[in-house]
Design a protein around this ligand. Structure first.
Ligand SMILES: Cc1cc2nc3c(=O)[nH]c(=O)nc-3n(C[C@H](O)[C@H](O)[C@H](O)COP(=O)(O)OP(=O)(O)OC[C@H]3O[C@@H](n4cnc5c(N)ncnc54)[C@H](O)[C@@H]3O)c2cc1C
Ligand SMILES: NC(=O)c1ccc[n+]([C@@H]2O[C@H](COP(=O)([O-])OP(=O)(O)OC[C@H]3O[C@@H](n4cnc5c(N)ncnc54)[C@H](O)[C@@H]3O)[C@@H](O)[C@H]2O)c1
Length: 468
């Protein structure tokens, strides 16, 4: 067994860990980055990038099929599954290549390969070859797909996102369990690429949405395109010759049987804390075994340990992982001087079509508070209609007393852009009135946002009049 003595050990060379490593290095050169799996990050290898590549292919197929609505006839649209997956993997490998190259450019003495496990507060064992004694530690071990244990009986007919991006060709049919972020993105893309998709959820949730009106709009929009039951009653699921047989109760209350090639588990992700040996430390843990930390400093309790990225289960998104890595790495580097870092407005986008987006406080978080809600349906919104993208609903929330913009949930065309505008306003602390003073071009989808803001403003003015 070899030994190492370092100022900072970063566990995990994912998006959070790589940034944490670089941040810590600004304060001390004696930093080691430990990675157990392949280099390349979840985002580039099996997350953000390959999923968007698959979606891009699906959008091309969908646009070709929809073209006739504009009087543009595309004689026949065929999807070559092998060519689709070939491009997904080729472009994905290109992205991964850049990340791997960047990671391998880190001096060899600052990198260790193997899985790290706490032996006590300061000592980490890496596989069976090295014991690292670290004055400070950043945990950046990411998350993994999580699904009911019983589904393991489906063997190689059970897939998670990682498996899909390894396909050589598209299957005939899949059942996607979990109409959350991953399920919607991948399930809709597969459907548009010609795969027979059934999507099943629990509890009626759709994407990350919490506002019942927007959830309902999303449910209606996606149900028009593929079979979606967001609160399904599955009676049985078993492996059969060539696939999986699923017995479920349909929307009309009838028992149906479907045989699909694969079941895709998109039922959430769990932080990678099992196997980290946290029980060997005195770190405070919550009831799921995740270290208790401060979301401004990323410090675990008052200890020398920091936690960044998906593993802390707070905001499991790429830009948040990078921000958290910067804060955690900086604090670990200059410890004992622990400082709060800059956090940005909560912002999440689902790359479905229409897109879903969330900004600031969720509707659920605002429940019970005195708010006004402004809304717009995209069904008759000018530019959306021009583009045949006129589906969805946007709701903005404002403080009833101050008129301050508090948050928004939406499903609608180009929601990624509307959400950025709203996130910038949220972070600037703008009121609804101030937002309405901003320019709105014509004809643009942002005019729909203006309608929602005007609706909220009218309600705020009405409240003021009634109070006077
Ligand atoms: C299908 C999919 C699509 C996504 N799309 C988006 C998107 O469009 N936009 C967005 O913002 N986010 C998206 N995300 C989320 C985003 O990918 C994650 O938030 C981000 O990758 C988290 O980075 P991380 O550094 O926390 O984890 P990771 O990149 O997973 O890094 C953790 C690393 O730690 C290593 N590790 C684990 N345990 C140990 C150990 N004990 N010792 C040593 N090493 C260890 C792992 O091997 C891994 O390399 C998506 C995720 C998925 C799955
Ligand atoms: N565009 C993006 O930014 C993007 C894309 C993909 C993933 N991500 C990140 O990855 C995280 C994880 O995504 P996810 O989709 O795995 O989780 P999720 O929490 O978004 O969705 C899980 C869904 O599975 C359902 N579910 C749970 N158990 C079930 C069961 N037994 N049967 C059927 N449905 C069940 C839940 O009700 C929920 O709808 C997201 O929260 C997000 O932060 C982001």
């Amino acid at each position: 067994m070899q030994t190492r003595d370092v100022d900072v050990a970063v566990i995990g060379a994912g998006s959070a860990g790589l940034v944490a490593y670089r941040s810590a290095r600004k304060w001390t050169k004696n930093v080691v980055l430990i990675e157990g799996g392949p280099y390349g990050t979840t985002c580039a290898r099996v997350g953000c990038m390959p999923s968007k590549l698959l979606i891009a292919a699906a959008e091309a197929a969908h646009a070709a099929r929809e073209a006739s609505e504009f009087g543009v006839n595309v004689d026949s649209v065929t999807v070559d599954g092998r060519a689709v997956m070939n491009r997904v993997r080729r472009e994905r490998d290109r992205f991964v290549g850049f990340v791997v190259e960047g990671t391998e450019n880190i001096p060899e003495e600052n990198r260790l390969r193997g899985y790290a496990r706490f032996l006590d507060d300061h000592r980490l064992q890496v596989d069976d070859h090295t014991i690292v004694t670290a004055r400070r530690i950043v945990i950046a071990t990411g998350s993994s797909p999580s699904y009911p244990k019983a589904w393991d009986a489906l063997g190689n007919r059970l897939l998670v996102n990682d498996d899909i991006f390894g396909w050589d060709d598209l299957p005939r049919s899949v059942a996607v369990f979990g109409p959350g972020v991953i399920g919607l993105e991948l399930g809709q893309a597969l459907h548009r690429l010609g795969v027979d998709v059934k999507m099943f959820g629990l509890g009626g949730l759709v994407g990350p949405l919490t506002d019942p009106a927007v959830v309902e709009s999303a449910r209606a929009v996606f149900s028009k395109e593929f079979y979606l039951d967001a609160d399904v009653d599955v009676r049985n699921m078993e492996r059969v010759e060539g696939g999986v047989r699923i017995e479920y109760v349909d929307h009309d209350g009838h028992l149906q049987t479907s045989v699909v090639d694969y079941v895709v588990a998109a039922t959430g992700r769990r932080p990678n804390v099992a196997g980290l040996g946290l029980e060997n430390t005195r770190l405070p843990l919550d009831d799921r075994g995740i270290p208790v930390f401060d979301d401004q400093t990323l410090q675990v309790g008052r200890s020398h340990v920091f936690i960044a990225g998906d593993v802390n289960n707070d905001r499991p998104l790429l830009h948040e992982a990078a921000d958290e890595g910067r804060i955690a790495g900086g604090n670990a580097g200059r410890f004992f001087r622990v400082e709060p870092g800059k956090r940005t407005a909560p912002l999440a986008v689902v790359f479905s079509d229409p897109q879903i987006a969330m900004v600031g406080h969720t509707y659920r978080a605002l429940e019970g508070q005195d708010i006004v809600v402004g809304e717009v349906s995209f069904e008759n919104q000018g530019r959306s209609r021009v583009m045949l993208k006129n589906q969805g609903l946007l709701r903005v929330y404002a403080d009833a007393e101050t008129g301050c913009f508090l948050g928004a949930e939406m499903i609608g065309p180009r929601a990624e852009h509307l959400a950025h505008l709203l996130a910038w306003s949220y972070q600037s602390g703008h009121s609804i009135q101030r937002m309405l003073e901003m320019p709105f071009y014509h004809p643009v989808i942002e005019e729909g946002l203006r309608t929602a803001l005007r609706d909220a403003n009218a309600k705020l003015q009405d409240r003021l009049r009634r109070a006077a």
